[in-house]
Design a protein around this ligand. Structure first.
Ligand code: NAP
Ligand code: GDD
Length: 349
């Protein structure tokens, strides 16, 4: 193993994702040498690092979470002080179609890293990206670190495995393993299949005349939506404590998909009239009569979680973590960013 220098080294898996980009920027600002784990791709997929202006400061390493040898080689050669495991098949709807793959990546993937750390250097600090999806049909509202798990998707069950494996390696081998139970967090860098960005990018494309309507699933689903830039600070703080512990990060406020769509439409200067119920619900542009939102059953899930809202008291007290972005600021930023992106590039990524 290489000797560790004074500059702290962090390995971030899932560097091509939303949180990977924001966390890498945060770590660079803290003076870390940052290594980003990326799985093989036939196309350039590091555009988020470009958007944040850090592409040339992150050292990219091959890291396929299904491939134990990749994890071993990366950790052995980098000798990181901290490993942040953000890589995941993170799309809940996709997890119903690819349950085995999702479990391999999002569940066993965490265990592979933990076992490499155990074997090579148990002093390496490990962060696991756990999720509010683990609560599923929640036993109580709001959900905290002590709420029991009742996941409703293959993704949720895989994440419960990764969460429990992290706790097990902490207790069995004394590894500093901390899990962040993060509620939904969004940004202009969010993947376009997640509902918030689907709405904001869809509105930008409607304004540009590229599409006519946005088709959504369950408009009544309620989530606790924060901003990714706030959440990566909480992630970093979790690895800076004396003892490893699990923390919920959340805003404590729930909004429905409909609430998000209404506010985003206002931010894009649409005055909408909503009518109908269930599959027949739609929203029409009062000026033109065009249908802006409609419901399509194909976006319903085999099992849905109607409400998730978190209690982040522990993170506020112990980590001194707090959010800078309000919900309104975030929605406005996302809508403006997508309108701007279309102007700059002529397409949404
Ligand atoms: P994301 O944008 O979907 O990014 C996921 C990352 O994982 C991507 O870089 C992806 O690479 C990578 N990945 C997927 N399969 C992989 C594999 N087999 N080997 C190596 N890398 C792989 O997710 P995110 O929003 O940044 O979330 C980061 C983490 O937090 C995820 O673990 C997610 O499950 C968890 N989480 C997210 C939220 C949220 O609201 N955002 C909330 C709670 C927990 P490609 O680009 O090649 O696909
Ligand atoms: N994606 C999507 N597309 N969701 C829709 C749509 C649609 O057209 N219409 C309604 N929804 C509803 C979903 O049914 C869900 O209840 C809610 O909007 C949010 O869906 P997503 O944005 O896909 O996020 P998620 O909550 O399922 O999962 C995200 O957050 C989790 C944390 O709770 C992902 O980032 C997960 O990786 C993360 O763990």
């Amino acid at each position: 193993m290489e000797a560790k220098g004074k500059t702290r080294r962090a390995l971030v898996t899932g560097i091509s994702g939303q949180d990977g980009a924001y966390l890498a920027k945060h770590l660079l600002e803290k003076g870390y040498e940052v290594f980003g784990g990326r799985r093989r791709s036939a196309t350039q997929n590091l555009w988020r690092l470009d958007e944040l202006g850090i592409a040339d400061r992150v050292q990219i390493v091959d890291l396929e979470l299904l491939e134990y040898s990749n994890i071993l080689d990366a950790i052995r050669s980098i000798a990181p002080d901290e490993v942040y495991n953000l890589a995941s098949q993170s799309d809940v709807a996709v997890s119903f179609k690819q349950p085995i793959f999702t479990s391999e990546v999002s569940g066993l993937g965490a265990l592979r890293i933990l076992d490499v750390i155990r074997a090579i250097d148990p002093s390496i600090r490990f962060y696991q990206a756990s999720t509010s999806e683990m609560f599923g049909i929640a036993a109580e509202t709001p959900q905290s670190e002590t709420t029991s798990f009742h996941p409703q998707s293959p993704y949720g069950t895989a994440k419960v495995f990764g969460h429990l494996a992290s706790g097990n390696y902490r207790e069995a081998y004394g590894i500093y393993a901390a899990c962040g139970i993060l509620f939904n967090h969004e940004s202009p860098l969010r993947g376009v299949d997640f509902v918030t960005r689907k709405i904001t990018s869809g509105l930008a494309m409607i304004r540009a005349g590229l599409v006519k309507t946005i088709a959504l699933g369950n408009l009544n689903a309620a989530r606790d939506w924060g901003h990714a830039a706030d959440y990566v600070n909480g992630i970093w703080l979790m690895l800076q404590q004396d003892q490893p512990e699990d923390f919920v990060l959340a805003t404590g406020q729930a909004r429905t998909v409909r609430d998000f769509a209404k506010l985003a439409a206002q931010c894009a200067d649409y005055d909408l009239e909503w009518s109908g119920k269930g599959i027949g619900e739609q929203a029409i542009d009062k000026q033109t009569g065009a249908v802006i939102f409609r419901v399509d059953e194909q976006y319903y899930r085999p099992a849905e979680i109607s409400l998730l809202v978190g209690d982040a008291s522990k993170a506020r007290e112990k980590l001194k973590w707090h959010c800078q972005f309000s919900f309104e600021d975030m929605v406005l930023e996302m809508v403006r960013a997508d309108i701007d992106l279309l102007k700059r590039r002529g397409r949404i990524f």
